[in-house]
Design a binder for this molecule. Structure first.
Ligand code: TSX
Ligand code: MN
Length: 595
């Protein structure tokens, strides 16, 4: 094969992978519209992509029913010692894991084309951006990477002859024998799937799955797991956070980065439109924030992604109108239902459900069917630039200065609507103890409390105790320029089981109080858990919420909080000696405040 690549490391790696995986062809991607169109054309001809009649340049894909989500028990952080990966990660010794995977990779691309995808996470050339190269045998991965990252031949130019990049090797793990008919969604069985990270050498090896975070390696694998390990070594932060800009009626901008576990509506908050007059909200990112301390000592954030890979079910003009308007054209849908008029549909979409549809498995569906039409983890892949409220500065090379961090979770009781951390270390304590109740969208029983520190449990590429320490250290470096830290809970319910807070657009009322705190304009009262708004401090103008409900929403019951302590202690104990002294101290002070 006649491949010319200037970069020495890349050209050697391509040869090495081609020798190992034995593809029929090699295609070096350039990220152009022509390349995208040509790829889609091939996918249409083979019947894998289904064109949508109602949305220009938009297509539906159906995955294999066994390949529908990230596979956390097949995800590995492979460091030289198990302790380096820590208690929250699966670990296999790198020598052993590479031996297993090299065996799987041998000849795995036979009968297929090997795509070399050069991409930038972050605006090309930004001082915070990183370059990755994904090698994949999936054309579906190529078109998704076109939307989710900046795929471009400019990336190869930027690399030059000796520039460095993060190698991301991906195979669906389904070689074709000569003459063998391909399936619509080839992939390997679960016991052969491996999503492996080698953070000590900035390397990603993924095998056997074609879905989402298992296969689009720029996102969770590079931008969170590998980047978090790089960030600790290099003194910056890679976080599972949305980024938004809130502008108050006086024109002052506040930049907020917020971390929530899954099923808390992170994408909805990222695109939220305020219900209070005079306030403006713009989206910068909905999933990942990379942050570095700038020349002025403040923390600057970029969104390393180029698109949204969002959960479709539940997305509607009610819950997220800006997302709905993002999805009008140039979108890839995966595992949604197909309506008779050639549009996609999913549970929770506005309006009546269709009388007939084809479900995500390709079978007839009617409202009488016992299964869902769309898979609960069905997705849209859409360009961020199409979001009507994308911030004009979302691609600014130096990023935006973060004023506020928000952590949160889904809690039916105990946790009030909003509170502020006393100081940075206390804020790190709130992030480290963050917890959320499981919903039908998670695995396991509904309503169980799961600790998900900083919403990073599945995404931290090293020992989480060291990650907590890194946060403590960033606070020391940021000093009085550190963002203020808050905790929110949109999901508290009354004793009758009704949501106490309307949520969605009305969350702007909570963000307003948060901004006013940062501006030094709002009061707060000291409590055992942190600083709480006085009841009158939250702007409830035009909102129909009873004082009793407001009281219940903000109530702190010390007995309920005392009952949380044993679980926090158990959680902290899992990190052993790696738990920073500062967090032990925070827990001690919390216990004293509760006495
Ligand atoms: O995304 C949500 N947010 C954040 C929005 C900016 N959701 C959806 C979560 C599932 C992904 C919410 N659900 C929020 C919320 O603030 N709050 C709730 C709970 C809730 C649901 C419905 C109503 C009120 C609260 N109202 C009615 O049903 C009329
Ligand atoms: Mn996420």
């Amino acid at each position: 094969m006649n491949i010319t690549v200037k970069n020495v490391k890349l050209s050697n790696w391509i040869k090495e992978v081609a020798d190992l995986c034995q593809p029929d062809n090699i295609h070096i991607c350039n990220g152009s519209r022509e390349e995208y169109d040509q790829m889609i054309e091939t996918l249409l001809k083979s019947g894998i992509a289904i064109p949508l009649k109602t949305r220009p340049n938009s297509f539906l894909f159906r995955s294999d029913p066994s390949d529908v989500a990230r596979v956390e028990d097949r995800t590995y952080i492979s460091t030289s010692s198990k302790d380096e990966a820590g208690p929250t990660n699966n670990w296999i010794d790198p020598v052993e894991l590479k031996k297993i995977m090299l065996d799987l990779y041998k000849g795995c691309m036979k009968g297929r084309t090997m795509y070399v995808i050069p991409f930038s996470m972050g605006p090309i050339g930004s001082p915070i951006a990183k370059i990755g190269i994904e090698i994949s045998d999936s054309p579906y991965v190529v078109v998704n990477m076109h939307i989710m990252t900046r795929v471009s031949s400019r990336v190869l130019e930027l690399l030059g002859t000796d520039g460095d990049f993060i190698p991301c090797l991906h195979s669906i793990g389904a070689p074709l024998a000569p003459g063998q008919k391909d399936s619509k969604w080839p992939c390997a069985p679960i016991e052969k799937k491996y999503i492996s990270h080698f953070p000590e050498e900035n390397l990603i090896w993924s095998y056997g799955s074609g879905y989402g975070g298992n296969a689009l390696l720029g996102k969770k694998c590079l931008a969170l797991r590998i980047a978090s390990a790089m960030a600790r070594r290099e003194g910056w932060m890679a976080e599972h956070m949305l980024i938004l800009r809130l502008t108050n009626p006086a024109g002052r901008q506040f930049h907020i980065a917020a971390a929530f576990p899954s099923a808390c509506g992170k994408t909805n908050l990222a695109m939220m439109q305020p219900s209070i007059p005079g306030w403006k909200c713009e989206c910068i990112g909905d999933d990942i924030a990379w942050m570095k301390i700038g020349p002025d000592g403040r923390l600057y954030a970029i969104n390393p992604e180029n698109g949204f890979f969002g959960v479709a079910p539940g997305t509607s003009y009610n819950t997220n109108p800006m997302a709905m308007d993002t999805l009008k054209e140039n979108v890839i849908f995966t595992n949604c239902a197909l309506t008779d008029d050639g549009d996609v549909w999913w549970e929770g979409m506005d309006g009546d459900e269709p009388k007939h549809a084809i479900d995500w498995k390709g079978r007839d569906w009617t409202p009488e069917s016992t299964e869902e039409a769309a898979h609960a983890n069905a997705r849209f892949t859409a360009p961020a630039s199409q979001c009507p409220v994308i911030c004009k500065d979302w691609e600014k090379q130096e990023g935006v200065p973060i004023d506020i961090f928000i952590f949160g979770g889904r809690r039916t009781n105990v946790v009030p609507l909003v509170y502020e951390a006393y100081n940075w270390d206390h804020g790190v304590f709130l992030g480290a103890t963050a917890a959320s109740e499981t919903t039908a969208a998670n695995i396991g029983a509904v309503g169980n409390l799961r600790r998900d520190p900083f919403a990073m449990k599945p995404f931290c590429g090293y020992n989480m105790g060291d990650y907590f320490r890194h946060w403590i250290e960033m606070g020391k470096r940021l000093g009085n320029k550190a963002p203020k830290i808050f905790y929110v809970n949109w999901f508290r319910k009354s004793s009758e089981g009704k949501f106490l807070w309307p949520g969605f657009s009305d969350n702007s009322r909570v963000l307003k109080w948060i901004c006013e705190r940062v501006d030094g304009k709002a009061n707060a009262k000291k409590t055992s858990i942190g600083l709480l708004p006085d009841e009158k401090n939250i702007d409830l103008n035009g909102l129909n919420i009873s004082p009793e409900n407001m009281k219940e929403l903000m109530n702190i019951n010390p007995d309920e909080w005392k009952a949380e302590i044993p679980d926090i202690e158990k959680h902290f104990a899992t990190f052993g000696k790696r738990l920073p002294e500062e967090l032990r101290e925070q827990l001690k002070e919390f216990k004293e405040r509760l006495r």
